[in-house]
Design a protein around this ligand. Structure first.
Ligand SMILES: NC(=O)c1ccc[n+]([C@@H]2O[C@H](COP(=O)([O-])OP(=O)(O)OC[C@H]3O[C@@H](n4cnc5c(N)ncnc54)[C@H](O)[C@@H]3O)[C@@H](O)[C@H]2O)c1
Length: 329
């Protein structure tokens, strides 16, 4: 794998910086280009994990780590970024249900036009491997989870619909053009480097550290499948190593946990750091599903991957990292 050239869109964000850190840990000489518009992640975030050069119009494969500031909704930026690349990991996106309900058009532009531009760029530049960050959201509300790859999709949020469109284009670009696309449906990812995330683990920890009361939307009985960032990064790297395309995989812990349970674990772990968690209950949010967890049998069989991190350990690591980031000594 060491000679492969990577393009990571959204590489300055939570998952992107964690992936870059791991790739460089595996091989300090990995060549990685990042395409990010810096709307969420920043150059400082990237600098925490890698020394990098800023570039503008690449005409050769990346050497070392390179940042191209650009937008996936701009076809030329995508074409420029994918020159000389072997593997694209497409992470850049509008990243949540809430923002997609507030601005469905913005979500569509980033998540539908964005992936279309990236797949076209892959086709033009003969990039053979394309890994797409999808989510459980395409499946929508399910009375009897777990979610698995054979279920019909019925998204209930614009985010679910735009991720489903991405999965559709990945399938089409495999069957029509032979690009080895893999869509990974991530569970609810938590871990170090998530300081800007509004997902439940990061939000509760930040609010508790700031002495604020944490709000659970609805009863807290809604369930999610929480996956630790290093398990997720391992799944991305394993996907890059298999010679298959046109596939979708559930990438999660396979454990169904209520938001109340997660709040309890966060509370226990925060106590070790001398912090209390105060909770209140508010309105349920439109577009949020009641139950969500994944069957990851297919990933185990084909990618040789499964999640291994204990949730208390993972949450404790997240707390340590957020305290360090929010209150540097
Ligand atoms: N974090 C999770 O729990 C989770 C769960 C399921 C799926 N995903 C998916 O994983 C991917 C990465 O998520 P994340 O948590 O790292 O998000 P993030 O917001 O931390 O990172 C996304 C990065 O993409 C960049 N970006 C956004 N719009 C862009 C655009 N138009 N052009 C170029 N760059 C752009 C941002 O600046 C940011 O650095 C997303 O596609 C997200 O939908 C994440």
């Amino acid at each position: 794998m060491s000679s492969k050239k990577w393009l990571i869109t959204g590489g300055c964000g939570f998952i992107g910086t964690s992936l870059i850190q791991q790739l460089l840990k595996n091989d300090a000489h990995t060549d990685i280009r990042i395409l990010d518009n810096l709307s969420v992640g920043s150059e400082e975030d990237l600098a925490e994990v890698a020394e990098f050069n800023k570039i503008s119009h690449p005409d050769a494969p990346p050497e070392g780590v390179e940042l191209l500031v650009g937008d996936i909704t701009n076809a030329q930026d995508c074409l420029d970024a994918s020159k000389g690349i072997d593997i694209i990991v497409h992470l850049a996106a509008n990243t949540g249900v809430g923002p997609s309900v507030e601005d469905p058009e913005g979500d569509m532009r980033a998540n539908v036009i964005g992936i279309f531009n990236m797949l076209e760029a892959a086709r033009t530049n003969a990039v053979n491997k394309f890994i797409f960050a999808s989510s459980g959201a395409p499946i929508g509300e399910l009375k009897n989870p777990p979610i698995h790859e054979e279920l019909a999709a019925h998204p209930v949020s614009p985010y679910g619909a735009s991720k489903l469109a991405g999965e559709g284009y990945c399938s089409a670009y495999y069957h029509s053009f032979g690009i080895n696309t893999i869509a990974l449906r991530f569970g609810n990812v938590y871990g170090p480097r998530s300081k800007h995330k509004a997902s439940v683990v990061a939000k509760f920890i930040k609010q508790a550290i700031n002495g604020e009361t944490c709000e659970i939307y609805g009863t807290g009985l809604q369930t999610r499948d929480f996956i630790y960032i290093l398990d997720l990064v391992d799944a991305i790297i394993k996907s890059a190593q298999v010679d298959i395309g046109g596939e979708v995989f559930q990438i999660a812990s396979s454990k169904e946990r209520t938001v109340n349970e997660i709040a309890k674990i966060v509370e226990q772990e925060l106590k070790h750091h001398g912090t209390n968690l105060k909770l209140k209950y508010g309105e349920a949010r439109p577009g949020d599903v009641m139950r969500n967890f994944s069957d990851t049998t297919k990933a185990k069989k084909i990618l040789g991957w499964h999640a291994i991190t204990n949730i208390n350990y993972g949450i404790n690591k997240t707390i340590e990292n957020l305290i360090k980031n929010l209150y540097p000594k």
